[in-house]
Ligand binder design. Structure first.
Ligand code: HPA
Length: 286
């Protein structure tokens, strides 16, 4: 069993990073956006932006993965003050759950109430095509079921409840809003269950067939730890997967999943995702 994650950092740690950010900018973001593999382009549209490389932020996890820039961008997007994470770290990089989710606690201490989280995912539903978007309706946390859960360990009641509910982990209201925006944009938006695996190896064909049987529509290696902590912190969450590849369910197939196709699909996905997120920000209630 790993070190109890909630005790690895203290509120004083989170507040040191929070103070570092608030000393650098007068912006006070109310919405945070996490951009996944190959989806970093939205950060370049932030106006009046302050950009801080992750390496400068106390305790902040660094991303070592291609397609993740590793900077925090704070500024204005669609008249909202936002904090954008251009790149994230993953459990498979060897960071503990507490460090992977450290940015969420800083968001909480900054007063952020809404989190928009994005990722690249493999399509399990045969109807999904590379380049499609999927609204995350619910998740299956495979590492969590096996004990790699970011909320494990002594609970800090100042941060959230011991037994948080995840029934509405992906806010029903925000999903409704995103569907309305997608309709207006004439954008195909699937809605389904995201299954989280630790990675870094892609799934075997037998695992893909198992994940389908479990009721999952897309598979990936991120997002769920952050969403759990954000819910613990009382934030409302909108999750969007960009389908970068179709999962391969046949061991005799010639195709192999690979990170390059994930980054390549990001080029198709990023403009759609940008339009969707901008539309949501425009209509978000304060
Ligand atoms: N599997 C797991 N994670 C992923 C995939 C996949 O096929 N595509 C993008 N992230």
């Amino acid at each position: 069993m790993t070190v109890p994650p909630q005790s690895e950092f203290t509120i004083a740690d989170y507040d040191r990073t929070t103070a570092f950010i608030t000393a650098r900018t007068a912006h006070r973001p109310s919405v945070a956006i996490i951009l996944g593999s190959g989806l970093g382009a939205l950060a370049d549209s932030v106006n009046d932006a302050l950009s801080i490389p992750y390496a400068e932020l106390p305790n902040w996890p660094h991303s070592t993965v291609a397609g993740h820039s590793g900077r925090l961008v704070i500024g204005h997007l669609e008249d909202r003050t936002v904090m954008v994470m251009q790149g994230r770290s993953h459990f498979y990089e060897g960071q503990g759950m507490a460090r992977v989710t450290y940015p969420i606690r800083v968001m909480q201490r900054l007063g952020i109430r809404t989190l928009i989280v994005t990722n690249a995912a493999g399509g399990l539903d045969p109807a999904y095509r590379p380049g499609d978007l999927m609204l995350i309706k619910d998740h299956i946390n495979m590492p969590g079921l096996a004990g790699h859960n970011p909320l494990l360990g002594p609970n800090n009641d100042e941060l959230g409840p011991r037994f948080p509910s995840l029934t509405n982990a992906y806010s029903r209201d925000l999903r409704r809003l995103a569907r309305t925006v997608a309709d207006d944009l004439n954008l195909l938006l699937h809605e389904g269950v995201y299954v989280y695996l630790s990675g870094p190896a892609f799934e075997t064909p037998a695992e893909i067939r198992m994940l389908r049987m479990l009721g999952a529509h897309a598979v990936g290696m991120s997002t769920v730890p952050e969403v759990m902590v954000a819910n613990h912190a009382g934030m409302r969450v909108l999750g969007i997967s960009g389908i970068s590849n179709s999962a391969i369910d046949d061991p005799d197939a010639d195709l192999q999943p690979n990170h390059d196709e994930v980054l390549e699909a990001g080029k198709t996905i990023a403009p759609k995702l940008t339009a969707l997120v901008r539309g949501v920000l425009r209509r978000l209630e304060a």
